[in-house]
Design a protein around this ligand. Structure first.
Ligand SMILES: Nc1ncnc2c1ncn2[C@@H]1O[C@H](COP(=O)(O)OP(=O)(O)OP(=O)(O)O)[C@@H](O)[C@H]1O
Ligand SMILES: [Mg+2]
Length: 392
């Protein structure tokens, strides 16, 4: 698969020649096309080279382009290394900077750095969510955690809906997928980045979804293929969140790539019993500390106390989420995850849990756009310890 490079705003055949000497056939576009590219929902080039030699400022569309296409590397070419221009390009999301004259060696090295960064996210984390019975809120939780993580990811976040017979993630995210997990699993040996990108659909935040197939009820999952899929996605995305069907061994046995497997229960006796046996089974199959049990729709007035639940489980609950049926229904009806629109306790607890499982410091989650700049300039404020608290 050859690297796709777009050069924006260059009238200079020399720059095009240097790009060609690096082995790529660039597409040339005028700078005026940048706003349209920033709007485009189709995947853009692997690297966008923006020629700012004739410009005194960074085009405003560059930031919008970065937000819409987080995996495209952005390389700026300028007349001089003007610090103000560099800073505003960095703020807009540029990855690399070259001043003229652009040599083959410099351009090649910059593109190599971009590609190396794209090929393997520094750290990839996969989280699996499994509800112990129908309707406990596992999908609502998984979608919100994935959305929260997509807002802090620097190299992409993905949600995989493995519910082969009745996946709801697309509904929660308000998207209409054309392809599904079945296409990825059927073509598992042909999977490469470009093909995979064509299978996913982008939601309102920067979250990509590999959706469940249209309901047919028949498809079984082959654990070897699911395992291969999760290994592949962990090489492509910084965060991967998987909605796992509770009665499908093909999925439950294939979660080796998962950092945490989150068992979702409610306070009902039957659900808590199922949670205890599911957690025990998963802890036997995977290591103990990778299996977390969480409780949704917490009802403080319930006869069954949190202590009762923990006694049946034989382990503490990792987190509890308040009950808020009206807001979760409204979010579902709008197709917009709660963490994007709402400041309820439930939305805040989704955010806190996302930070907790991902081991993120609260500051990064609070200021998603500043992470890269802060790392580059070393200007990070006092960091707090990862938020380990849970809602009461
Ligand atoms: N914390 C919550 N408080 C109140 N209602 C909730 C909460 N979380 C989810 N719900 C509601 O519960 C219903 C089921 O949620 P969801 O689809 O997430 O469950 P699920 O466990 O994925 O179910 P399924 O087994 O069908 O996949 C939805 O109507 C949702 O709005
Ligand atoms: Mg579900």
């Amino acid at each position: 698969m050859s690297l796709k490079i777009t050069v924006a705003g260059s009238t200079d055949r020399e720059l095009e020649g240097v790009v060609r000497s690096c082995g790529a056939a660039p597409s040339l576009v005028p700078l005026a096309q940048l706003p349209a590219m920033a709007q485009a929902t189709t995947r853009q080039a692997d690297v966008l080279i923006v020629d700012l030699r004739g410009q005194s400022s960074v085009p405003p569309a560059l930031g919008a382009f970065r937000r819409q296409h987080p995996t495209t590397g952005i390389l700026i070419v300028s007349k001089t290394l003007d610090p103000d221009l560099i800073l505003s390009a960095m703020r807009a999301g540029a990855n690399e900077w070259l001043a003229e004259p652009v040599t083959h060696a410099e351009l090649d090295a910059a593109i190599t750095r971009i590609v190396a960064h794209q090929a393997s996210p520094a750290v990839s984390q996969t989280f699996a969510f499994v509800g112990v019975k129908g309707g406990v809120g596992a999908t609502a939780l998984a979608v919100n955690i994935a959305t929260a993580l997509s807002r802090v990811a620097t190299s992409g976040a993905l949600m995989i809906d493995l519910q082969m017979s009745r996946g709801d993630a697309a509904l929660y995210l308000g998207v209409e997928p054309r392809f599904s997990v079945a296409d990825a699993l059927d073509n598992i040996h042909k999977l490469d980045e470009a093909f995979f990108r064509s299978l996913v659909v982008r939601g309102a935040s920067r979250l990509d979804l590999l959706a469940a197939p249209e309901a047919n009820g028949a498809a079984r999952l082959d654990p070897a293929r699911v395992k291969a899929l999760l290994e592949f996605t962990s090489r492509q995305f910084e965060y991967v969140v998987v909605d796992v069907p509770r009665s499908e061994p093909g999925a439950l046995d294939a979660l080796d790539a998962a950092k945490s497997i989150v068992v979702v229960t409610t306070q009902e006796v039957s659900a808590v019993r199922s949670a205890a046996s599911m957690a025990a089974r998963l802890r036997q199959r995977y290591s103990k500390d990778r299996v977390l049990v969480v409780m949704t729709r917490l009802d403080k007035e319930s006869e069954i106390s949190r202590e009762d639940v923990e006694q049946v489980l034989g382990s503490p609950l990792a987190f509890t989420f308040p009950s808020d049926y009206r807001t979760t229904m409204a979010a579902l009806n709008k197709g917009r995850p709660l963490v994007l629109t709402n400041h309820t306790n439930l939305a805040a607890s989704f955010e806190r849990f996302a930070r907790m499982v991902a081991g993120l410091q609260s500051e990064k989650a609070a200021a998603p756009e500043g992470g890269w700049l802060a790392r580059m300039t070393g200007r990070s404020k006092t960091r707090k310890r990862a938020d380990q608290e849970e809602t009461q």
